[in-house]
Design a protein around this ligand. Structure first.
Ligand SMILES: [Zn+2]
Ligand SMILES: [Zn+2]
Length: 361
């Protein structure tokens, strides 16, 4: 007979889970494993709401199993460490992002790219090495192998740091990997949402000139004055788009809706790179001729490896980079999901777990 989530492990835990593809979240008792010798246990303080959470609770990718506790932008404070844990101690501010496990022996793992490991284990809604279900950060405690836990610099406010664990590294990683991080370069950021707004902040901190490309002209003031972008293009304004053709070393495209690639490829210089980090559900149309004429590169990228995630959050600490967030109580989470569908948030919802998640609720 299957063991109930509540009895599976020794540590009592509590969170909010979706029970079916309606995606509606409600209180849920479960359990976490005891702190193993390489494990870190932490009290969750905040958890960001990523668009992936929305896809997962509604089973839009057909991968979800229920009950499902979402959340992979998790920050908190360490309460217990295993005997072999070296880099973290009780009281440290820590974070867990998209993954909590990988094979740790394949080529990707050996090259600090656990995010591309074929056996990578997502933090939520997957099977861990021991066969038990992984439950995400909309919950009171986390237990994870220290390799998959990063230290959050003390100067970063934790609510603003939480989204860096997914949205942050998703944009930081391609800027670094594709060499779009050199001072004086010109990088475009398509879309100013959860991903795009931190992409602008990271690129600016790297000394890059940033142009935001958006479908909505009313985001201009915000992009320039609040996020620090150097310029702004409305993607359907033909004149300014034409004038900007051939000016960008690279583009980070964060849009997850189907959209035309041709105008973006046109903005690139020769040898320029268009990197997709959004995940449209349908294939995009790729005009090949403009890629050939200029030796341009199209690529994709997803989150980042653990070494890079630590580097990203240390860089954020050094440059005081956090996400712009709307902090919400956990009982607002279903409303937040509805608002997320309408992209009615600037720019990330973050759940105040410590103050609002009560096991009596
Ligand atoms: Zn995410
Ligand atoms: Zn691996």
């Amino acid at each position: 007979m299957a063991v109930s989530p509540e009895q599976e492990h020794p540590k009592k835990a509590f969170g909010w889970a979706a029970r079916d593809s309606s995606g509606v979240l409600s209180p849920f008792r479960f359990s976490r494993r005891a702190t193993g010798e390489n494990d870190v246990t932490f009290k969750v303080l905040y958890c960001g709401i990523c668009h992936t959470d929305l896809h997962m609770v509604k089973n839009e990718w057909g991968l979800s199993t229920y009950p499902l506790i979402p959340g992979h932008e998790i920050v908190g404070v360490v309460t217990q460490v295993g005997s072999k844990v070296e880099k973290l101690k009780v009281g440290d501010h820590v974070g867990v992002g998209y993954m909590i496990g990988a094979c740790q022996s394949c080529d990707s793992c050996s090259n600090n790219a656990e995010n591309y490991c074929p056996e990578m284990i997502p933090t939520s809604g997957a099977k861990y090495h021991d066969g038990t279900t992984t439950y995400g950060g909309y919950s009171d405690i986390m237990v994870a192998n220290e390799h998959f836990v990063v230290r959050v610099p003390d100067n970063l406010p934790l609510h603003g740091a939480a989204p860096l664990l997914c949205a942050g590294v998703t944009t930081y990683s391609p800027l670094r990997y594709f060499g779009l991080d050199k001072p004086g370069m010109h990088v475009g950021v398509v879309g100013v949402g959860g991903l795009g707004h931190v992409a602008v902040k990271f690129a600016k901190a790297m000394g890059v000139k940033v142009t935001v490309i958006s479908t909505s002209p009313n985001k201009k003031a915000e992009a320039i004055e609040n996020l620090g972008a150097d310029s702004f293009l409305v993607s359907r304004d033909d004149g300014p788009m034409k004038a900007a053709m051939g000016t960008m070393d690279g583009i980070i495209d964060t849009v997850s809706a189907v959209h035309p690639l041709l105008p973006l490829i046109g903005l690139l210089k020769n040898n320029g790179k268009l990197v997709l980090v959004g995940a449209p559900e349908k294939p995009l149309e790729l005009p090949v001729f403009p890629l050939l004429m200029g030796r341009k590169i199209m690529a994709g990228s997803v989150v980042g490896g653990m070494k890079e995630t630590q580097e990203m959050i240390d860089f954020a600490g050094k440059h005081n980079i956090t996400a712009n967030v709307e902090v919400i109580p956990v009982d607002y989470v279903n409303t937040a999901m509805e608002r997320l569908i309408k992209t009615d948030v600037k720019y990330r919802f973050v759940i105040d777990i410590a103050n609002t998640l009560k096991s009596s609720s």
